[in-house]
Design a protein around this ligand. Structure first.
Ligand code: MD3
Ligand code: FE
Length: 204
């Protein structure tokens, strides 16, 4: 593992090819039960270019009313599918946090999708890290500091990479600038899937 900054640890090739294929198969099952939806910006309703779904007890959603975690899919009204054991195992191995995650947000990027710089602060528990797993095409990931104006660095996240943001890195600004088309043959149609595992609620 490579420490990129205090609290920010990068695990290149964390999942080997067969683990990536196994995770992709689980995600195909999840998206059958909980289809990808297009989140929208609060107030304006402007659509995100990234499509999303979730697994686990809680899922992150965004619509004209705001950002929030909720126990059901915004379009089907059904509970989110369970988290695959493989995902829970990655959390146990990487997070160093003594409780299982509540939420796994699944982001799907087509070639032109991006995610603007933002902080993840919709959770009640900031003592837990966020764990990210990447599948498919390489993404140019940018991260900065605790203020939007802080200088930024970029790294490429490749299929199978994991990255953990905890402690002093938990609230840093970050985003995805672009994908590298054709950089992976994991997804037959190209694009990228990213999973973010989170503890949302404070444990008892
Ligand atoms: C830094 N996702 O879902 S993953 C997100 O690749 C999100 O889809 C990006 O930002 C993606 O909120 C980046 C890396 C990541 C995830 C969570 C973080 C970086 C983070 C939480 C805090 C700080
Ligand atoms: Fe984020």
């Amino acid at each position: 593992a490579i420490t990129l900054a205090p609290g920010l640890v990068y695990y290149p090739d964390y999942l080997d090819r067969s683990a990536q294929e196994r995770l992709l198969q689980s995600l195909r099952e999840i998206t059958k039960a909980a289809p990808l939806f297009t989140p929208r910006m609060p107030r304006t309703g402007k659509p995100f270019s990234v499509r999303m779904t979730n697994c686990g007890r809680l899922g992150w959603v965004s619509d004209v009313a705001g950002y929030r975690y909720q126990p059901t899919h915004p379009e089907t009204g059904e509970p989110w599918p369970a988290m695959p054991k493989q995902v829970l195992q990655a959390w146990q191995e990487l997070s160093g946090y003594p409780h299982p995650p509540d939420a796994c947000l699944i982001n799907f990027y087509e070639q032109s999708a991006r995610m603007g710089m933002h902080q993840d602060k919709d959770e009640d528990e900031f003592d837990a890290p966020v764990v990210s797993l990447s599948l498919g095409d390489t993404a140019l990931f940018r991260y900065g500091g605790l203020e939007r104006k802080d200088p930024t660095k970029s790294i490429r996240l490749r299929s199978g990479d994991a990255i953990v943001f905890g402690g002093p890195a938990r609230l840093i600004y970050h985003g995805i600038d672009r994908l590298t088309p054709g950089s992976s043959d994991l997804l037959p149609q190209g694009g990228r899937l990213n999973l973010t595992l989170r503890k949302v609620e404070k444990p008892l």
